[in-house]
Write a protein that binds this ligand. Structure first.
Ligand code: NAD
Length: 481
């Protein structure tokens, strides 16, 4: 058992700073208070932004040899690895997620810094032949100040996913942490602080999204916005960003479908459904929230998945159960209400369907809904909870039409032993990433991002680095040639 500091601060211009107001953070598994944190005001946000602005304008992160940034990123990774246990405990308590998953988040965060450290000295431009008398080449400049707005479901790994490439490319950063789960990010920041980056290179503030998040998103001193969160918030940020034409990366929600064919490996499928929709209590943007099953095996699959769901062990994150609480009472009510509306529309509960009563925390039963039709709300809207909608299909064309028939397009999956069929589908699925025979196959090395309302721009992989730079072309007239 680790102890947790009772009060946490923001990190602005190289210093930890309190604010006049505080936010209370509660454990979703018990509803008991974990700690308080400084609630950044607009004035605090402005100070953080100006610190980043000064750092970006000083070019301290770019006038050094690129090898210096490699060293910084590797040192950050090492410092994160040194706080995995302490950080995981804090994250598990404030967020409700399992301790093992919280540990994985910190390890993944370290991996992002190691991965992008390897690219920090390889951001190479092109030389473009223009014939005699000219020399032309491109260089990649950092954006300048990168504003990164982070959600609560994987705060530490999502933050590292954007922060590591931003620093590798030489940007200064302001991170707006999520008000429901900000403490793990303070542990991450403590690790980063030990490395001694130039002052103002990384600033971390926790404040209300609608207040400080919105203020920063419309600020002309921001050079780039990286937003991960809900569609509605993303749209509002885009409207603000339009004011100063601030380029943005939008990682939004999903309603991702797995397509299941009769030749599927049953064991592989069940393992994928378990992690696909019940990992992190289904609070995953790329959750497998729709299971599209060929009608010939529909009843068989529904029964197997419902049995698996009924057998899941529910409990406190620190005990590493199969199913953890959802983040808040509001989230739980919203999930339950969607399940009720689904039943009113004709869906049938095969398992779960309601909150688990008798526990103090915010627990939703692992839910499998059958007889779902493609137009029902439960088949169209993101639930962000442990709720699987199972939909039958007859032909390949039906399957594609249903899978592609929402406004989202984050990930998708195909489960079949027929590789030709899998690849045929993979090409036609409207999604940024397609998993074949294992949900969440892929990693920090593989580009990730959406289509449609799931957003635009890519994170992860080598490709993501180029979201954090601008191309500049230098065209030179050589005389005497
Ligand atoms: P959210 O949109 O409510 O909040 C995300 C962040 O935005 C928070 O830090 C919040 O304080 C801030 N915010 C809120 N209103 C704002 C405003 N008007 N201006 C600026 N910032 C504002 O999302 P959430 O509930 O924290 O996260 C869940 C959502 O995130 C889901 O829809 C999920 O699918 C999505 N998500 C997407 C990805 C991805 O990579 N595509 C990853 C994780 C979560």
């Amino acid at each position: 058992m680790h102890s947790i500091a009772s009060h946490w601060l923001n990190f602005i211009d190289g210093q930890w700073a309190d604010s006049e107001q505080h936010l209370s953070i509660n454990n979703p598994g018990t509803t008991e208070p974990v700690a308080t944190i400084a609630q950044a005001s607009v004035a605090d946000a402005e100070r953080a932004l100006q610190a980043a602005r000064r750092c970006a304008d000083s070019a301290e992160l770019t006038r050094c040899r690129p090898a210096q940034r490699v060293t910084w990123l590797l040192e950050i990774a090492a410092q994160i690895r040194a706080v995995v246990e302490d950080g995981a405990w804090v994250l598990c308590q404030e967020n409700g997620k399992s301790l093992a998953d919280a540990r994985d988040e910190f390890i993944e965060a370290a991996r992002y810094f190691e991965y992008y450290a390897g690219m920090a000295d390889k951001i190479e431009g092109k030389s473009i032949p223009l014939g005699n008398g000219y020399m032309d080449f491109t260089v990649y400049d950092p954006m300048g100040v990168s504003l990164q707005i982070v959600p609560w479901n994987f705060p530490v790994s999502i933050c590292a996913r954007s922060l590591a490439p931003a620093l590798a490319a030489g940007n200064a950063v302001v991170i707006k942490s999520p008000e429901l789960s900000p403490l793990g990010l303070c542990v991450l920041m403590q690790a980063i602080e030990r490395v001694g980056l130039p002052r103002g290179a990384v600033n971390l503030i926790c404040g209300r999204g609608r207040e400080v998040g919105a203020y920063l998103a419309g600020h002309r001193d921001v050079d780039q916005i990286v937003f991960t969160g809900s569609v509605g918030t993303g749209q509002s940020i885009l409207r603000s960003a339009a004011e100063h034409a601030i380029p943005s990366v939008m990682e939004l929600g999903g309603k991702s479908a797995a397509l299941v064919f009769p030749d599927v490996d049953r064991e592989q499928l069940l393992a994928s459904v378990k992690s696909g929709i019940f990992f992190n209590a289904g609070q995953v943007c790329s959750a497998m929230s729709r299971l599209l099953v060929h009608r010939s095996i529909y009843d068989e699959v529904v029964t197997a998945v419902a049995n698996m769901a009924n057998g899941l062990q529910v409990g406190l994150g620190q005990d590493n159960p199969d199913l953890t609480p959802v983040i808040s009472a509001g989230q739980l009510q919203g999930i339950e209400a969607m399940c009720q509306r689904a039943q009113q529309e004709g869906a049938v509960v095969a398992s779960g369907g309601e909150a688990i009563h008798g526990l103090n925390g915010h627990y939703m039963a692992a839910t499998v809904l059958r007889d779902v039709t493609p137009q029902m709300e439960i088949a169209q809207a993101e639930v962000f909870g442990p709720v699987l909608a199972v939909i039958p299909f007859d032909t390949e064309e039906d399957a594609i039409a249903i899978a592609n028939g929402t406004e989202f397009g984050l990930v998708a999956g195909v489960f079949t032993q027929d590789l030709n069929r899998a690849l045929r589908f993979a090409r036609r699925l409207r999604a940024g990433q397609v998993f074949i025979n294992e949900w969440y196959a892929g990693g920090i090395e593989t580009p990730f991002g959406g289509v449609g309302l799931s957003g635009f721009g890519r994170e992860k992989g080598q490709e993501a680095l180029y979201s954090y730079v601008r191309t500049k072309n230098l065209a030179v007239r050589i005389t005497g040639e």
